[in-house]
Design a protein around this ligand. Sequence first.
Ligand code: GLU
Length: 317
Amino acid sequence: MDDKKVRVRYAPSPTGFLHIGNAQSALFNYLFARHFNGTMVLRIEDTDTKRNVKDGEASQRENLHWLGIDWDEGPNKPNPKYAPYRQSERNKQGIYHKYIQELLDKGLAYKDYSTEEELAEMRERQRANNEAPHYDGRWYGKSEEEQKAAEAKGLKPTIRFHFPKNHDYEWDDIARGHVSFNSDNLGGDFIIEKSDGMPTYNFAVVVDDHSMDITHVLRGADHISNTPKQIAIYEALGWEHPTFCHIPLIFNPKTRKKLSKRDKDTLQFISEYKKHGYLHEAIFNFIAFLGWSPVGEREIYSKDELIKVYDPNRMSK
Ligand code: GLU
């Protein structure tokens, strides 16, 4: 570990209540921060306004508290150097658009005026040809006249990041080891700003992790395929990316598949464990062991003991 002060974040989208998978990400960030005397940040990623649920953020906070997970910075504990901590508020300050404009100016991003129907037709054709679905770059390099003509028709553009051809995005993942993706296999140029002016997750997360000085990103392995897109943005903006750690997903032992909201035989929400009378210390211990294990056979640890013995190099794959 280099001597930069550790700053980690748990960044839930308030699209539902605190799920055991989210709790696992929160918990490993917490162990990491406390073990290395770093700072734990809570950031609310609420740019997907259609999917946000009322009380989603409050449920996250309440259930994290019950589990014994606290944070040093967040919407309720702002550090003026990094605030605000909700992406919707950050967006209003123009934090994301400033960098979108920079990419547009450098020719690394462009406006796409395709309609929903055109995109659906494109995907349909790719499916029929047995091609993996991808954006075909049809608006890349279009002239100003063509853009103006689309505007005149009342079309609102999305903004896409333009991938360089045949470029490798690689990183050394704390849990997974070396990971590499090629730009040609990432689904084509991707949207960084929606037509309503909201940044997408893959863009906002980079701007925020960079501007909040995040040193380590610990999150669920379902984000592995997002990471090369995020590294592409770091490269385009000339920034260094944080160290990544993709925590293994929780599996249902019966179906041997990723735990799904439909698996009714597993308690999935932290509030359910609370309601059934489980002790928060036991749930903390249980979740920690779902992604990590200490040396030896011992299985019962207090939170403080876990903070002490936690070693990120022993994360499971
Ligand atoms: N808002 C994202 C989620 O809830 C965060 C992923 C990340 O930590 O980068 O999945």
